[in-house]
Design a protein around this ligand. Structure first.
Ligand code: GSH
Length: 203
C-alpha cells in the first residue's frame, strides 16, 4: 500500500485525506502522522524540500506535493472526478485549488511570523500575509454561491486552508465580514470527510 507522510494539522495533508474519503477510497494510503521532530528527521531523506505531504508508491515512486497527491488519488477511481478531465471546469477547479493552497501559505506565514520572539518578528511580514488572507477571503466570498456541491478539489483546498486559518486565529472576525463564505464553510464542515479529518484539540 502507498505510504503517506503527513501531520494532523497540515492543511495540505488534509486535502489529500479529504480527497481519498470523498472518492470512496478512505484507506488508499497508509498515512504516518508525524510529529514535528519526526518530520524534520525523516522527510528530507525522501523529499529534498523536507515538506509533507509526501507519498511513496509501492514501486518507490515519490509523489509531491499536495496538488499532485490529490490528482493521484483522483486517478485511482472510476467515479465522479474531483478534478474534471477537460474543459474550462478543469481549469476553474485547479485555479480554486491553487487559491486555497495560497491561502494556506499566507495563513501559515502569518502565524509563524507572529509566533517569533518580540524583536525578531517582522510586523510588515505579518501584515502583508494577513492582507493576502483578507483579499483572498473577499474574493472567495463573492464566488461562494457558485461553489460546487458536492465539493470538487478547489472547494476542498479552500476549506482545508480555512480550517488552519481558524486554528491559528488568523483573520479574526472573518465570519462577520464574509457572510456568504461563512455559511458555505459551516455546511462543508458537516461532511463526513471534514469531520473525520478535523484537526484534534491541542494542535
Ligand atoms: N505546496 C506544498 C506545501 C507543503 C507544506 O508547506 N508543508 C508544511 C507543513 S503544513 C511543511 O512540511 N513544512 C516543513 C518545512 O517547510 O520544512 C503542498 O501543497 O504540499
Amino acid at each position: 500500500m502507498p505510504k503517506g507522510y503527513n501531520t494532523l494539522n497540515s492543511p495540505y495533508g488534509r486535502k489529500a485525506r479529504v480527497a481519498a474519503i470523498e472518492t470512496g477510497q478512505p484507506n488508499i494510503i497508509d498515512w504516518w502522522f508525524m510529529s514535528r521532530e519526526e518530520r524534520a528527521k525523516e522527510v528530507p531523506a525522501l523529499n529534498p524540500l523536507g515538506k509533507i505531504p509526501a507519498l511513496v508508491l509501492d514501486d518507490g515512486t515519490l509523489i509531491v506535493d499536495s496538488p499532485v497527491i490529490a490528482a493521484w488519488v483522483d486517478a485511482q477511481h472510476d467515479g465522479v472526478k474531483l478534478i474534471p478531465k477537460e474543459g474550462n471546469e478543469r481549469w476553474a477547479v485547479l485555479s480554486l485549488e491553487a487559491l486555497g493552497d495560497g491561502l494556506g501559505d499566507a495563513a501559515i506565514a502569518a502565524a509563524l511570523e507572529s509566533n517569533r520572539q518580540e524583536g525578531e518578528k517582522s510586523q510588515s511580514a505579518i501584515e502583508r500575509n494577513i492582507s493576502k488572507v483578507n483579499q483572498t477571503l473577499s474574493y472567495l466570498n463573492d464566488l461562494a454561491d457558485e461553489f460546487n456541491d458536492p465539493p470538487k478539489m478547489g472547494e476542498i483546498s479552500v476549506a482545508c486552508a480555512m480550517g488552519y486559518m481558524e486554528l491559528r486565529g488568523v483573520a479574526e472576525g472573518w465570519r462577520e465580514r464574509f457572510g456568504n463564505l461563512a455559511a458555505w464553510y459551516e455546511r462543508i464542515q458537516k461532511r463526513e470527510s471534514f469531520k473525520e479529518t478535523a484537526i484534534p484539540e491541542g494542535y
